[in-house]
Design a protein around this ligand. Structure first.
Ligand code: IPE
Ligand code: IPE
Ligand code: MG
Length: 258
């Protein structure tokens, strides 16, 4: 790593208020490829290098959790060829990276309708999760066949079943209890959302969990995204005041009763 990057990393660590959970909408693979006259799938292939760098960089900083939006439920409606190459790439990447992830103490988890994934891909994923389940470093959470709305619907179905069975009481429903039925039950909400390639939308990502997430968008396309961009996002995050609907600024007039 260059000394400039090392310096920025040290500044981020010294500032202290790191996000516990960083979520990323990895967008722009297709545009990256098209700009080069290449098929879209070459953008997906190139994006794997970015994943490696960002996983390593967040792990080194001591961020607790990184959620990567890798495939949405809507993405199933893309051309069949693109979907099948993406699923193969996912399988190959899990298999080629798992040793190093395990060595780096990364714990792999996933959210989404995983039963929709092709058998081979799902099995490789489950194997990777099982193998790393005891690891205590970065939690690398992959959002696969994921959408925020389908997560909420799945949660409502689970809740409905619990009500029917009588294991849960309707009066006990509150935000904290509802959260227990989501895919992310045990995880903190994302503190920071990064979206690459300039689009200013959530695209159905973690709708419940993002209620107070700080958003940072860059025009950089995902295959060009590297740790220096992550560091920019983190510095920006560290300079923000998160208010959660409260008042933090000190204005003397506020104390004068009208
Ligand atoms: C993000 O890149 C990867 C996935 C959604 C799987 P895109 O494939 O959406 O790339 P663009 O947005 O078309 O450039
Ligand atoms: C969001 O990107 C989904 C993933 C990054 C996996 P999309 O490219 O699918 O989102 P839209 O179509 O631009 O909203
Ligand atoms: Mg896109």
């Amino acid at each position: 790593m260059s000394s400039d990057l090392e310096r920025v990393k040290d500044e981020i660590l010294a500032a202290g208020n790191l996000p516990r959970h960083v979520a990323v909408i990895m967008d722009g693979n297709g545009r990256w490829a098209q700009k080069r006259g290449l098929p879209r799938i070459e953008g997906h292939r190139a994006g794997i290098k970015s994943v490696r760098d960002i996983v390593e960089a967040t792990g080194e900083l001591g961020v607790e959790m990184l959620t990567l939006y890798a495939f949405s439920t809507e993405n199933w409606n893309r051309p069949r060829f693109e979907v099948s190459v993406l699923m193969k790439l996912l399988l190959q990447t899990i298999n080629s990276e798992i040793n190093e992830l395990d060595e780096k103490n990364v714990k792999v988890t996933a959210i989404g309708r995983l039963h929709d994934l092709p058998d081979g891909t799902r099995k490789a994923l489950v194997k990777a999760m099982d193998r790393t389940t005891e690891n205590s470093g970065l939690i690398l959470n992959l959002a696969l066949s994921y959408s925020g709305r389908s997560e909420i619907i799945d949660a409502i179905k689970k809740l409905g079943q619990a009500l029917q069975k009588g294991t849960f009481d309707i009066d006990a429903i509150n935000e904290a209890q509802f959260q227990n039925f989501l895919y992310t039950t045990r995880f903190p909400d994302p503190d920071l959302l990064i979206r690459t390639s300039g689009e200013l939308r959530l695209s159905n990502f973690m709708l419940w969990q993002m209620a107070y997430t700080e958003i940072w968008v860059t025009d950089v396309l995902w295959p060009d995204f590297r740790r220096q961009h992550l560091y920019q996002a983190l510095k920006d995050y560290q300079a923000r005041e998160r208010r959660f609907g409260l008042v933090f600024s000190k204005d003397e007039n506020d104390t004068i009763e009208q």
